[in-house]
Design a protein around this ligand. Structure first.
Ligand SMILES: [Zn+2]
Length: 469
């Protein structure tokens, strides 16, 4: 009998992270997540208990098929299940979250003789799971996920991060019905994937500080700025700092750390499954990574992992937040040359910034949707100035100071400077401008843009001897 592994489950004070069991009670799409050393052995039982069919179609890539797919297939067949078909994507770094793969997979699955009496089974990391997640959604087939690395928070949410017509977006689709996360398999993944997981995990702090800011602006009328929901907030933030610290040795193969890292990423994914959007788990830091994902950022010829881009994005967003809230007396002054552009001027700025991009039109749309009228902006700015101490205290209380964050990410072997992911420091700082344009999802960069101190903050980062160095 496989036991649940529940971290801090004995903590009855409510201060430790929520257990998987507690999160599953809040999840309306995922019925079971087994995180254990021999989780694969449970697959026959899980299929019988949670699915209507006993024929599987297994999707993996060359690496994950070797690492886990072969064993999954053998265990399934020994357990009386039929593996109707297997699709293996090429290995290496070739697999991108491109929509064309979903077009292929939906065609392939629906052409199998047993369709629709099939259970798709994804054996892989973030991208492969996202491709199967969306395919399963389009074919209306619940699926089972076998994660092969603790590299992203994307296994448990009800959405897939996909490039659609060149535009990186979170596309809604049902979360896996069941996950069988085998710690032996996950621990054997390359170290850089666990480092990427720590990078993605650290971003939850900025997701939190941005939510505090968004809630305040949203109460006055800012778009896409919902109030804090205590359930996903608790899932992400209760005991988070300890869990992040305990995750740090994961890239060095520490089994306990890998377990904590996977579980904490899964728990934050459940917060998204509960909220039905990415607000609890992603803030301004992911804007940097989305810009770089749209451009297929590479370093030494290889694609940069999501978590590595987020690591730099989180450092940059932390720098931005520290500078914005540096003065206990009030926000930074307006830039001397600041003048708020008209809607037409803004459209032209955004259009120029994304000239030639396949995502050009969608980005214009997002940037226009989020642009508020001046009286509303003034009301929001005034509210922040009036309650500066209170809001600043809440943000600074949650924020991990830049030096401390850098230390955590460094010990987890994450990139600490833009050059480590193939970008110049100036470019990485400047990309905040484009990041602010692409999403209608209120965050600190929107507040600074509306206050007219956005450019001054970027200059401050640029001139500093600390940030992104
Ligand atoms: Zn992420």
């Amino acid at each position: 009998m496989i036991q649940y592994i529940m971290i801090h489950s004995t903590n009855k004070t409510g201060q430790g992270p929520l257990s998987l069991k507690e999160c599953l009670a809040h999840a309306d799409e995922t019925k079971e997540l087994i995180l254990a050393k021999d989780a694969l052995e449970a697959i026959p039982r899980l299929i019988t208990e949670f699915f209507d069919h006993k024929t599987l179609c297994l999707i993996a890539d060359e690496n994950t098929y070797k690492a886990a797919g072969e064993r999954v297939k053998a265990i399934a067949e020994e357990g009386g299940l039929k593996v109707g078909a297997v699709h293996i994507f090429p290995g290496g770094d070739h697999l991108h979250a491109e929509y064309e793969h979903i077009r292929f997979l939906t065609k392939w699955v629906s052409s199998l003789p047993d369709f629709p009496a099939l259970v798709p089974l994804a054996v892989g990391a973030g991208t492969l799971n996202d491709l199967v997640k969306r395919t399963a959604e389009e074919l209306d087939l619940p699926y089972l996920c076998v994660p092969t690395a603790a590299s992203v928070d994307g296994y448990t949410p009800n959405g897939a991060s996909l490039l659609m017509d060149g535009f990186k977006q979170n596309v809604l689709c049902k979360a896996p019905r069941v996950l069988a996360a085998d710690l032996g398999i996950i621990a054997a993944a390359p170290a850089y994937l666990s480092s990427s997981g720590v990078g993605d995990l650290a971003s939850k702090i900025i997701a939190g500080t941005d939510w505090i800011i968004a809630e305040k602006a949203g109460a006055l009328g800012a778009p896409e700025a919902p109030a804090i929901d205590p359930i996903p907030w608790t899932m992400v933030h209760q005991g988070f700092r300890e869990a992040l610290e305990e995750s740090v040795p994961a890239p060095r193969g520490d089994q306990d750390a890998i377990r904590v890292l996977f579980q904490t990423l899964a728990v934050t994914g459940f917060a998204m499954q509960y909220m039905k959007n990415s607000r609890p788990v992603s803030g301004a830091e992911h804007l940097w990574s989305h810009v770089w994902e749209m451009e297929d950022l590479r370093f030494k010829g290889a694609p940069v992992t999501h978590g590595f881009k987020v690591s730099i994005g989180t450092l940059a967003a932390t720098a931005f937040t520290e500078i914005f809230f540096a003065d206990p007396k009030g926000p930074p002054p307006q830039d001397p040359s600041y003048r708020r552009p008209s809607r037409d001027e803004r459209r032209a700025q955004v259009s120029a910034a994304f000239k030639g991009s396949r995502a050009h039109d969608k980005i214009i749309e997002a940037s226009m949707d989020k642009m508020m009228d001046e009286p509303l902006v003034e009301t929001i700015n005034e509210a922040f100035r009036d309650s500066w101490t209170a809001i600043r205290d809440r943000v600074m209380d949650l924020l991990i100071p830049y030096g401390e964050l850098k230390d955590i990410l460094g010990r987890a072997l994450c990139p600490l400077v833009p050059e480590a992911i193939g970008l110049s420091r100036s470019q990485a700082i400047a990309d905040c401008r484009r990041g602010q344009m692409i999403r209608n999802k209120y965050s600190i960069v929107d507040l600074a843009w509306d206050m007219g101190n956005f450019e001054g903050i970027l200059k401050n980062i640029e001139d500093s001897n600390l940030y992104l160095r």
